[in-house]
Design a protein around this ligand. Structure first.
Ligand SMILES: Cc1ncc(COP(=O)(O)O)c(C=O)c1O
Length: 337
């Protein structure tokens, strides 16, 4: 067993994992916290590591026991890394929005990958993935489901680690933009801000078509953000702003940042950056805005950065004109609590 590889704190050395995008929005600074520098390539290593460690501590997971989890990509890769290092067989339940490259990555780390193809009643796949897991657990009672959508360990990791890294490496942001999937990052940052008594304005960013903030679901094409079933972890206490962004705007923002800054953002990062442009009227001059960037764009080369995929999925308007600025559409307003 090589579990120590997952337990080492990552250290980006002198190149701090904070990158400012000069001139992104006039009047205030916009900085990314680059989580792709985690050894599993995304922020989800923190979630995976803490979920497995706390299950061991609580006696729910014994050495060598098999695990099963639902994932659209990054958690699967991170969990596959932790399970390979600790000797747990792992089954990952994905859907057709999961990039083929990510599935190959999970398999290369030794995980068994199942792709569920039936859409659920909200147009997504989450409920179908969960039903698959429930059937699997009946047939394999020895298997353990850590369930990232209801497991508080993920949020604890962000409360301690992600917020600790923000305060140590960046200081106190005036605004913090966080994309929401399982909502673990958001819930952890909210509690982390509160326990440190920080006055940072927190913004939760979701994809249009997701049901997390309420309303009807609709089909979505990008992994990472959004749900078709409200996560049990999510608790809306009114302490953060909520905004939903159309996937076509995510694509335009990602491609624009790639052309302007030479940085290839992942889809959730583009979504959160687009949300910054939408809310710029609320953000005071001189503010320091921090955006959590869960991963980078290599994992989206076949989607966000593929012209044919973008055109066939969203139409040609989603191919950003490299000469035009990222314009807010005015369509995305904060969602009422
Ligand atoms: C690409 C991507 N987007 C967004 C998130 C935020 O997800 P969550 O709400 O599950 O913490 C993650 C993972 O943490 C991610 O990997």
């Amino acid at each position: 067993m090589n579990s120590a590889i997952c337990d080492q704190p990552y250290d980006a050395g002198p190149a701090r994992p904070f990158l400012t995008l000069p001139g992104f929005c006039p009047g205030f600074s916009t900085t990314l916290k680059l989580e792709a520098l985690n050894p599993a390539g995304s922020i989800k290593l923190k979630t995976a590591r803490e979920m497995v460690a706390s299950a061991h501590r609580e006696g729910r997971l014994r050495a060598g026991a098999p695990l099963i989890e639902s994932t659209s990509g990054n958690l699967g890769i991170a969990l596959a890394m932790v399970c390979a290092a600790q000797g747990h067989p792992l089954t990952l339940v994905t859907d057709p929005n999961t990039q083929a490259q990510n599935i190959r990555h999970m398999r290369a780390l030794g995980a068994e990958v199942v792709v569920v193809t039936r859409r659920d009643g909200n147009g997504g796949y989450l409920q179908s993935r969960i039903e698959f897991i429930e059937r699997h657990l009946l047939a394999h009672p020895e298997a353990v489901w850590l369930n990232q959508y209801r497991n508080p360990a993920g949020a604890r990791a962000h409360q301690r680690d992600t917020m600790g890294e923000v305060v140590d490496g960046f200081g106190v942001p005036d605004w913090l933009f966080v994309g929401v999937g399982s909502t673990g990052t958001l819930m952890g940052c909210r509690t982390g801000l509160r326990e440190r008594r920080l006055a940072t304005r927190l913004v939760a960013v979701d994809a249009e078509g997701s049901v997390t903030f309420g309303g009807a679901g609709a089909p979505r094409s990008l992994p990472g953000l959004g749900t078709s079933r409200r996560p049990e972890l999510f608790e809306d206490d009114g302490s953060f702003l909520k905004i939903r962004v159309a996937e076509a705007d995510t694509v335009r923002a990602c491609r624009r940042v790639a052309r302007d800054y030479g940085l290839l953002p992942g889809a959730s990062t583009g979504t959160a950056l687009h949300a910054v442009t939408e809310l710029r009227g609320l953000i005071e001059d001189g503010a320091r805005v921090l955006v959590i960037a869960p991963d980078l764009g290599e994992r989206y080369l076949d989607t966000v950065y593929d012209d044919d995929w973008v055109t066939s999925t969203f139409g040609p308007a989603a191919l950003a004109d490299p000469r035009s600025p990222i314009l807010s559409t005015g369509r995305h307003r904060p969602v009422a609590s």
